[in-house]
Design a protein around this ligand. Structure first.
Ligand code: HAM
Length: 442
């Protein structure tokens, strides 16, 4: 039986040829994301991959696509209903309440990186296991906090070199705003109900606002001239929205106001936003988020405000590749050891572990091959040096060192192998050691 990965999931491989699914590239992106989050004062939280099902139903919302169609829910052996997390915010808020973090300060800034699970129709940029970097700021209700989140998001993309992003911004006000707006939208759509797509007819009953998000072109045509939620905003939400816009302008972040932007998760109030790019095809949202002030309270915690966002790592990597952005070079051995013959192999192994124990990245040809094959392997792995060891060299107590960039070679005593490579690895002594071993490198 030959197994393949289940539909909609993928492997991340240690290879430059794996495109966006190269683990070297993932590690590079994750390193930048972590460093940038820390620079903004966000520190890492790790929550489990599964949670009680009810946590997501109550936060993401019963009427949402995620809860209705996309959750991986199962019962464990004790008949508990558990769900593989479809998103990170609910889990982080659960942890915040469970560990009484509010007692340890009135402001918490947390970030996470990890897999999320949604049973969605697979297409480029949309997977059943995808990975998110998310940041959540708990405490302040100030618009500065929303601006900090959007600025962090844009700074992450900036540091990764991603260009051509657009920030779409809206406010969905408070609960009462949305109830009044739903009535306005209902009045507008009632005479058009029969022309709505079948999906939107269901949303009309279950989750009216989501009709605004319909991808169906005829729904979008029907929505032409529909009421704008911004005309329904309560006074504090309107003020918050205006201040946020002023702050973003000061930070140099351009944005577009999109009154039809409503998110697929029910916990938002006031600010919502999405960051989109033309580099991703149909799945053009690279990151998204908003404010969700009532969520912590609904989980039995204090009445704390919160705002956050998340960005898909697959989509970041795909956008970087589409934009020809270069990644940090992949890891390579500094030395590639080649033992020719049984005794030489044994000695090569001894030297290999000695070098590694002194933090010199090293690899060894195994099993023993012909010299030319071994040298091409060293080049393929992008090693800096090869160290060749034959039975004859072993007798003489020496090894051949080869500088792969210039193909220059020299003989060094076996007893000096470690000290020579330590000197070659050290940027301060590297060039003098190279000259002393190979002569002047032109
Ligand atoms: P979301 O918009 O559902 O928001 O997901 C955030 C990001 O995850 C999306 O913008 C997209 O880049 C990526 N993403 C989502 N689903 C998939 C998928 N099936 N395949 C590939 N990438 C995907 C949230 O999850 C909220 N928790 C964000 C948030 C944090 N709001 C406040 N704090």
């Amino acid at each position: 039986m030959r197994y393949t990965a289940p539909k909609g999931v993928f492997d991340i491989l240690p290879s430059d040829d794996a495109g966006w699914a190269s683990s070297f590239r993932w590690q590079y992106v994750e390193k930048i994301l972590r460093a940038c989050a820390n620079d903004y004062g966000f520190y890492e939280i790790r929550t489990p991959i599964f949670e009680q099902t009810d946590l997501f139903i109550r936060s993401v919302g019963e009427g949402s696509d995620i809860v209705n169609k996309e959750m991986y829910t199962f019962t464990d052996r004790a008949e508990r209903s558990l769900t593989l997390r479809p998103e990170g915010t609910a889990a982080v808020m659960r942890a915040y309440v469970e560990h009484n973090l509010h007692a340890k300060g009135d402001r918490h800034k947390l970030f996470y990186i990890g897999p999320m699970f949604r049973y969605e129709r697979q297409q480029a940029g949309r997977y059943r296991q995808h990975h998110q970097f998310g940041a959540e700021a708990i405490g302040p209700s100030n618009p500065e906090q929303d601006a900090e989140i959007i600025d962090l998001a844009m700074q992450l993309y900036e540091r990764l070199g991603i260009k051509g992003l657009r920030v779409l911004l809206n406010s969905v006000g408070n609960q009462e705003t949305r109830e009044r707006y739903k009535k306005g939208l209902e009045a507008f759509l009632a005479p058009r109900f029969e022309q709505l797509s079948s999906d939107s007819k269901i949303r009309y009953e279950k989750n009216m606002l989501r009709i605004l998000d319909s991808k169906d072109p005829s729904d979008q045509a029907l929505l032409e001239g529909c009421p704008s939620i911004l005309d329904y905003l309560d006074e504090p939400s309107l003020k918050h929205f205006e201040m946020l816009q002023a702050l973003l302008k000061k930070t140099g972040i351009s944005f577009e106001i999109c009154p039809k932007l409503v998110r697929g998760l029910d916990y938002y109030n006031k600010t919502v936003f999405e960051i989109v790019t033309d580099s991703l095809g149909a799945q053009n949202t690279i990151g998204a988020g908003g404010r969700y002030d009532g969520l912590i309270h609904s989980f039995g915690g204090p009445d704390k405000s919160a705002v956050g966002f998340a960005t898909g790592l697959e989509r970041i990597l795909m956008a970087m590749i589409a934009q020809n952005i270069s990644f940090e070079s992949s890891p390579a051995p500094f030395v590639y050891l080649i033992g020719l013959g049984d005794n030489a192999q044994t000695k090569a192994f001894e030297l290999l572990s000695q070098l590694r124990h002194h933090c010199i990245p090293a690899e060894m040809q195994m099993p023993s091959k012909k010299i030319q094959q071994a040298l091409s392997k060293a080049s393929e792995l992008k090693a800096s040096y090869a160290l060749l060891l034959g039975e004859e060299e072993l007798q003489k107590g020496v090894a051949q060192i080869k500088f792969l960039a210039t193909r220059q070679e020299a003989e060094i005593p076996l007893a000096d192998v470690l000290s020579k490579f330590l000197a070659l690895k050290d940027p301060k002594t590297q060039s003098s050691t190279q000259t002393s071993i190979f002569g002047t490198v032109s």
